[in-house]
Design a protein around this ligand. Structure first.
Ligand code: BGC
Ligand code: NOJ
Length: 834
């Protein structure tokens, strides 16, 4: 079914399109096991998974590519990845099996030897391969235990033939010299720093340990080895690469000890397997630290105590089974917090498994490490991390709390914020600085979500520094006040918020005016422009201003709540006066006070962001304008694959607009489909009660639905991607930038809180679904503030929205909020729509 990419060169574009349309999927969902099963290694792109829950993480592709790091993908990179390579997915954690003259890999790469069978199962925090060749079956399980800084790879080999087999197993990883950025550039130094130790079956990577590091990495196996290599050149051989390592093809490692150049870790195990016999091996790739004063065992010899302690825990199959069971239990528990049982398998699958899983991954990674984010660029985004919280906070509220404090600590005293910070140092990045004027309001969004989820108002009283300076610390609530007032104090000629460097749309750079290649659109030009304004931020202000007012009320500060609501009213009126274009909301005003996203414009007449966000914030709902705006969105921005960000696309570069007009039409912020803001429109539709349309939008970008067009969509069918090519693109529907996107959190909020309608309020859970016709009855189990809610929703009249009756434990309750009763453990809730 699958045609190798190189053949595409031989066919014309129309045939190419036809070919893709004829092909099918590359796997299937196994919902019972919470896995996506990939049935061919030749997926359109590497389809990856994430291993790790706390500090040690690995990216792993379906062909065993990827890399590992501890805490920070840039500064503490453990294994080396080769970027922008051909094939794209080069370097990983490889096992080579040499069986006679045949050498193969369970993950197919890097030898690409044809396999007799191949299956890769990406699960929740683990990946499994099950492959076979010439009567040898290999089952690999890869995961990161919940409470250790290591990755386990267990490989089980079975002889399924009728002859005895003498095979050789080789492992191979290439070390990164810790700082992944420097590792790719600073060869004059780095080719001379590499150091290793080899003790028994353990290879220690101790580059730079002699000087300013107190950490090292290990790669070990729980069996005696028959050979090893630690020098890449020795293992691969001159002019060879990962696909034909000389040591493997020669059938023997060379016992090399790396000094400088490129240190690697390769083990060799010679295995005799009788017919039907299986043997399994546990490989551990670990990160270890020593206290500064206990670095050495003897002069120049690493203190191995932490490594030995770690390895002692993973000596046997049973140890691995136990750690794996613990990981599964950890996830089963997390995924039991919000579950739905509806007639729609795709909704169930996304809500119960994959969407929440992606929320966890985006929370952990922000926008740092994926196959599209290099892990050496961006750290944690202020805006991004706050939005990630929206989809994560119900899973582990304690970690959300800590994150909120970390983020708020990078805020400036005037309420603005560093746009990004490094996870390891938790300090703001001064090379990017501040001036993204939507940032401050997202802190209110994240904090409000946390307090609504937990009822923990103590966080608001927590003392939090500004720019990490504790001497000027104030309460978190004061931080939120400064966030709110930042918008109040920074308005432009139409009394709308000044945009600064950019708002949510990083590419709407209205104060940039960059003329030279290489200048950063985000950082070039002044951060403060006194004229350019954002209607989108105005929508945010109305939405999160109200959430701020509610927090003030919770603290008993009704005067502040009242003040906030006065400001919100002023903003609301400003939007209706100068932010309304007749049929939709204007997007912005540029530095000359010209409209952007207006019928007056030649290109970029209508944008998604202001229409989605102003409408979901309730602006123009009672005036009938929100409905009009959403109708316009459908009329002008809708396409088969989602709602495009703007139309018509910009066809020339506009100095006064910046990066948005730098992309060819149909891509990224220039008329691509940004999956992140599709849910804003869907949520806005639920606000005005149109369940059919809300769900239609939900389906268009939903992975469980786009799985059917995997060949066009290209990215993983189990997670959202950031961007799908819009109608103007060469191949509309092509996805890019999977995994690390605010889409995860927003789509989860959309489906769980607005469409299925279970929304945490300060007073308790509210249940107010907005579903498409024919969706039928459904059940939700929700754990909330220490209690379990069993919610049954019936819809006898098949309406889109409306709660006719709410019955809590047999008692009728007015409205749709289930009053929260402290200490109560179970709620049985019946909701009748109508
Ligand atoms: C991308 C944006 C992204 C920004 C980050 C731009 O090139 O198009 O999506 O947010 O870079 O700096
Ligand atoms: C990706 C960035 O991470 C996010 O912060 C931004 O809002 C979107 N791109 C849109 O530009």
């Amino acid at each position: 079914m699958f045609m190798p990419f190189y053949l595409i060169d031989f066919i014309t574009r129309s045939n190419y399109k036809k070919y893709w349309e004829d092909t099918m999927k590359f796997g299937f969902f196994d919902d019972l096991n919470k896995e996506y099963v990939i049935t061919t290694p030749k997926t359109p792109l590497p389809w990856i998974n994430y291993l790790g829950t706390n500090d040690f993480f690995s990216l792993v592709s379906n062909t065993a590519g990827g890399y590992s790091f501890y805490k920070d993908a840039k500064l503490l990179r453990i294994t080396r990845f080769r970027y922008n390579n051909v094939p794209m997915d080069t370097n990983g954690k490889y096992f080579y099996i040499k069986d006679g003259d045949t050498v193969w890999n369970p993950g197919w790469q890097p030898t690409k030897t044809d396999l007799d069978s191949y299956e890769c199962r990406h699960g929740i925090g683990y990946t499994k391969w099950n492959s076979s060749k010439n009567g040898v079956k290999a089952e690999v399980l890869a995961f990161v235990p919940t409470d250790d800084t290591c990755e386990i790879n267990r490989i089980k080999l079975t002889n399924t033939s009728s002859e005895a087999k003498d095979i050789k197993l080789f492992s191979y990883v290439e070390w990164c010299l810790w700082n992944a950025d420097d590792d790719m550039k600073n060869f004059q130094r780095n080719f001379s720093t590499g150091e290793v130790e080899i003790v028994g079956s353990t290879i220690f990577h101790k580059t730079e340990y002699r000087e300013r590091r107190n950490h090292y990495a290990i790669y070990s196996v729980n069996a005696p080895i028959d050979g090893f290599d630690t020098s890449r050149d020795a293992f691969l051989g001159a002019y060879h690469d990962n696909h034909d390592p000389e040591a493997v093809f020669n059938g023997a490692c060379t016992g090399s000890e790396a000094h400088g150049w490129s240190p690697v870790a390769a083990h060799q195990i010679n295995i005799k397997l009788n017919p039907g016999e299986s043997k399994s091996y546990v490989f551990v790739l670990g990160y270890c630290e020593n206290p500064e004063d206990q670095k050495w065992e003897s002069k120049g010899v690493v203190n191995k105590a932490p490594a030995n302690a770690m390895l002692a825990k993973y000596k046997t199959d049973e140890d691995v089974d136990k750690a794996f069971a613990k990981l599964n239990a950890y996830w089963d528990n997390l995924l039991s917090i919000y579950t739905v049982e509806s007639n729609n398998d795709k909704v169930n699958r996304m809500v119960n498994i994959w969407n929440q899983y992606q929320c966890m991954v985006t929370f952990n990674m922000s926008r740092s490490a994926s196959y599209f984010e290099s892990g050496i660029g961006r750290g944690m985004g202020f805006r991004d991390s706050n939005q990630d919280l929206l989809g994560f906070v119900h899973l582990i509220p304690e970690r959300a709390r800590e994150r909120i404090i970390d983020i708020a600590s990078t805020q400036f005293e005037n309420g603005s914020a560093y746009h990004q910070y490094q996870p390891l140092t938790k300090r703001g990045n001064s090379d990017i600085g501040s001036g993204f004027n939507d940032d401050p309001l997202w802190l209110i969004a994240g904090t409000s979500a946390y307090v609504r989820e937990t009822g923990d108002i103590s966080i608001l009283k927590e003392m939090v520094p500004y720019d990490n300076d504790m001497s000027v610390a104030t309460t978190l609530m004061e931080h939120l006040k400064r966030s709110f007032d930042f918008t109040v104090n920074n308005k432009g000629p139409h009394n709308l918020p000044l945009i600064g460097r950019a708002d949510w749309n990083d590419c709407l750079n209205l104060n940039c005016f960059s003329e030279h290649p290489g200048e950063s659109f985000q950082c070039f030009g002044p951060s403060e422009g006194p004229v350019a304004e954002s209607v989108f931020i105005a929508g945010m202000f109305v939405k999160y201003g109200e959430e701020y007012a509610q927090l003030a009320e919770l603290l008993g500060d009704t005067a502040e709540a009242e003040r906030a609501r006065k400001e919100i009213k002023i903003m609301y009126d400003a939007v209706l006066k100068d932010g309304w274009d007749g049929e939709w909301f204007v997007r912005a005003y540029d530095a000359y006070s010209n409209k952007i996203g207006s019928k007056e414009c030649e290109e970029g007449k209508i944008f998604i962001e202001s229409n989605g966000f102003c409408s979901l914030a309730g602006i123009g709902v009672k005036e009938g304008l929100a409905e009009k705006a959403l109708d316009s969105v459908k009329k002008y921005l809708d396409c088969k694959y989602g709602v495009m960000i703007l139309q018509p696309a910009y066809t020339v570069y506009h100095l006064e607009l910046g990066e948005i007009s730098s992309y060819p039409p149909g891509y990224k912020e220039n008329a691509g489909i940004f999956c992140h803001n599709n849910p804003w429109v869907s949520i806005a539709e639920t606000v005005i009660g149109r369940g059919d349309r809300a769900f239609e939008i939900y389906k268009k970008t939903c992975p469980a639905y786009t799985e059917e067009i995997s060949e066009i969509h290209k990215t993983e069918p189990y997670v959202y991607c950031q961007m799908v090519a819009g109608n103007d693109a060469y191949i509309p529907g092509e996805g890019k930038n999977s995994w690390l996107t605010g889409t995860a959190a927003w789509t989860f909020c959309n489906i769980s809180q607005y469409i299925l309608g279970v929304y945490p309020t300060h007073k308790g859970l509210s249940v107010d679904p907005c579903v498409p016709h024919g969706f039928g009855d459904f059940k939700i189990t929700r754990k909330f503030r220490g209690a379990t809610y069993h919610i049954e929703v019936s819809n006898p009249s098949d309406v889109e929205k409306g709660v006719k009756e709410l019955i809590v434990d047999g008692n009728k309750v007015d409205g749709c909020v289930i009053p929260f009763v402290d200490g109560k453990k179970e709620y049985n809730v019946k909701v009748v729509m109508g």
